[in-house]
Ligand binder design. Structure first.
Ligand SMILES: N[C@@H](CCC(=O)N[C@@H](CS)C(=O)NCC(=O)O)C(=O)O
Length: 213
């Protein structure tokens, strides 16, 4: 039995797919076409009643939803690969802080830009809902950019020269609502990190399946 991952191109399933590629761990990928709204229908709703991807099924059948939980589960089950710093270390606490920051704030706000109609009963408010979520997203990335600047490591990754699961997660989500024209001047460290993740030899083919830039 191997892992099963539910995902779609240009979605949050990039992170677990890239981590499995880095680890050389086999998994079965099951497509959930977001454009066809398959996430809102059975049989997928029976797997994840929230109707969102990614969802990871462990070899024993346990269902793991929520991108941060999926990422941490992969790290814990392949600990020797060092996808994140050692359990109990301060560096890991720093990584956990920003993984949760991205998951709780940025990924949440991306949902508001993608589906603004879910957040207002007034059809004419939809554009305003999406616009305010977009500026929130950018503000959150500026906060992370400032944090990278404060640490002032050589880069290109969050921990320096070595890629981590946090980098993969940042690269995954930082492209949404933020074209290169915004990223380059406003978040140059995040952009450098993103380009380094994209260029990682094991991640590059996964990137090509998901993203255009
Ligand atoms: N809190 C969830 C959010 C996942 C999420 O919003 N995924 C998007 C794709 S990137 C999705 O499935 N959207 C479909 C929908 O909301 O209908 C997580 O961290 O995994």
């Amino acid at each position: 039995m191997t892992y099963t991952l539910y995902g779609d191109p240009d979605s949050g399933s990039f992170t677990p797919e890239a981590l499995f590629a880095m680890l050389d761990v086999p998994y079965t990928l099951k497509g959930v076409d977001l454009e066809k709204f398959e996430q809102t229908e059975d049989p997928y709703k029976a797997v994840n009643p929230m109707g969102k991807i990614p969802t990871l099924i462990l070899p024993d059948g346990t269902v793991v939803t929520e991108s941060a939980a999926v990422l941490l589960t992969i790290d814990e089950r392949h600990r020797s690969a060092g996808l994140l710093p050692e359990i109990g270390s301060s560096e890991r606490a720093w990584a956990l802080r920003w993984i949760m920051f991205i998951s709780n704030n940025i990924y949440e706000a991306v949902g508001r830009t993608d589906f603004p109609g879910r957040y207002t009963s007034n059809y004419y408010d939809k554009e305003a809902v999406a616009a305010s979520a977009k500026s929130e997203i950018r503000w959150y990335w500026v906060l992370f950019e400032r944090e990278l600047a404060r640490r002032n490591l050589a880069g290109p990754f969050a921990f320096g020269a070595t890629i981590s699961a946090l980098d993969v997660y940042v690269a995954n989500i930082s492209g949404w609502e933020n074209p290169i024209e915004w990223r380059a001047p406003n978040a140059p460290r995040i952009e450098a990190l993103r380009q380094a993740v994209k260029a990682h030899p094991k991640v590059a083919p996964v990137w090509a399946r998901h993203f255009k830039d």
